[in-house]
Design a protein around this ligand. Sequence first.
Ligand code: GLU
Length: 332
Amino acid sequence: MKKFLLATIASAGMAFTGSGLVSSVSSAEFISIGTGGPTGVYFVVGNSVCRMVHKEAAEGRSSGRKHGLRCAAPSTGGSNYNIGQIKEGELQFGVAQSDWQYHAFNGSSKWEGNKYDNLRAVFSVHPEPFQLIAGASSGIKSWDDLAGKIVNIGNPGSGQRGTMEVLMKAKGTSVGDFKQATELTSSEQVGALCDGKVDAIAYTVGVPNGAIGQAIDGCGAHFVNLNSSVEKGLVADNPFYAFATIPAGTFYKSQKEDAVTFGVMATFVSSADVSDDVVYEVVRAVFENLDDFKKLHPAFTNLDPKQMISNGLSAPLHDGAVRYYKEQGWME
Ligand code: GLU
């Protein structure tokens, strides 16, 4: 069975040597990276990428290998919002769930009739289990218990909203089955859960995550397993899904039982319209500093270049990324 391995063991450090001495982006150029809510892991991914880009720019100024990239990674509505804004040319990069990368590139699911051929994969980052979390006094133990409850299905544009809709369709559940379906963002939903304003929330996010910790350890919420024949069918039929286990008491000390669910990979994407030189510099900044990058969030602990250039990627790799991966001997 396909399974994601969550980052529990620190992997041995790896060192990379610099390649060319001359940067191809010599004049000033500004790039924006779409992330997710400020309490998520995407926000850390985007800002960590910018940090490495600026580090390379600063070091380049003293070593003579200058590049002119300036980077910002604002919080956004999440995966589908990011891909849409990259398509519009408003963002140059974004973080997106592997399922939405697949659907946008192939024109399927939410992206039917709106196929985005120029979407390009850059690398993948951490696994993201789809997490259904029920409030302490909600009485919810399984998916079927959501009937008649207030369920936060997430803000439009977020990855979890899209994946929740896919799961609801597969389960034969409609919003009418709930007492109410709310559309709170990832940063609003835990407060609402802990205040008893909603009974359950859904979040596709890396492990560990502070907001999930606040729900589980802070107000006694619990995971609801998602491993029935419906999820098994989704995982079997779709290359971008795999099962993941969040082990009891490991990331969240009040979590009493292992949580079993399905999930996706967080991926870093761009557009064929973004120049090869810009993508090359961004990719180079990340991989030349991967050990530093990995220290910026515990969900990054197991990142490994060989997997990052293939896992969860369905759109073609950007040519600028391929240039760097070939230089490193990671690709033929
Ligand atoms: N997976 C979520 C989304 O696509 C974002 C998770 C995060 O911010 O870390 O919207």
